[in-house]
Design a protein around this ligand. Sequence first.
Ligand code: TA6
Length: 294
Amino acid sequence: MSKTYTHSKSGSTIAIHPYGATLTSYQTKNTEHLFVSDLAKLDGSKPIRGGVPLVFPIFGPPPAGSTMPQHGFARRNTWEFVASTDDEDAAKVTYQLELANVKEGLGDEEWKSGTYNCKLLYAVEFSDASLSTTLTMQNTGDVAFPVQALLHTYYKIHDAKALDGNLCYVKGLKGYTNTDKVTKETPYVWTNDTITISNETDRVYSSDTVDAVKVEIGVGNGSVVQLSAKGTVDGIVVPVSCVVWNPHVDKAAGMSDFGNNQYHEMLCVEPGILGQHTLAPGKEATLTQVVVPP
Ligand code: TA6
């Protein structure tokens, strides 16, 4: 069951489900900004289809020889509530996941045996001006482990306009290298100012520069959400990639936890640390996104 938290001063709210510490709602001025599928499982039987699923320690399918599930174990386990505050400027909620409480999706021997050990902290701070979500990953073991992390954010596209390029788009990824997981063509530099959706779209936009990702997302009703994101590994700022995903009709029909027509109502814009990074013992990595609603 998701728990709702309110920022009293602004009346903005969020809802977080302890399963995966999945943010399932962010509302300001009576407007919902996140998409959750009508058929999403909320009983812990599978990751929640919507909101902001947390992807760690791998993004995408497991490497050869690994039995870890796609997108890792963070979104597949119940997190512990730590604290919440409600101040003038913002409200804040924190959750944590310790490896001892990871019951599902460890996959690899190194994680199962505790050779790799970690503690995850998730902080969500919000008001009617912005939402920031920060995933902090601590290496609490004695062995360095490879780390990837991504905030798999599902934006609500109002009036079912996801396929209307005038109203639903992503601007700001010109110059990034596009790795297209649908066409599987050789990665190439994206030269357009804008990304729009006309068919299945599953692209990883990456860059070697460490500037934060800064994009503008058209959310269907003529309004725009601003997204920025940054990441650090052992205190050093690292490049952040941005995944843009819409399943479109065929993939939507193939997902039992997604309404067949709901690809018109959503767009995933997902900042992540997707490079080849390892986290040394005693060190931490962070991934932060800031969402500014219309
Ligand atoms: O972020 C895009 C993506 O990696 C797509 O390839 C698609 O698989 C999507 O994530 C959803 O993955 P899931 O494991 O949640 O069904």
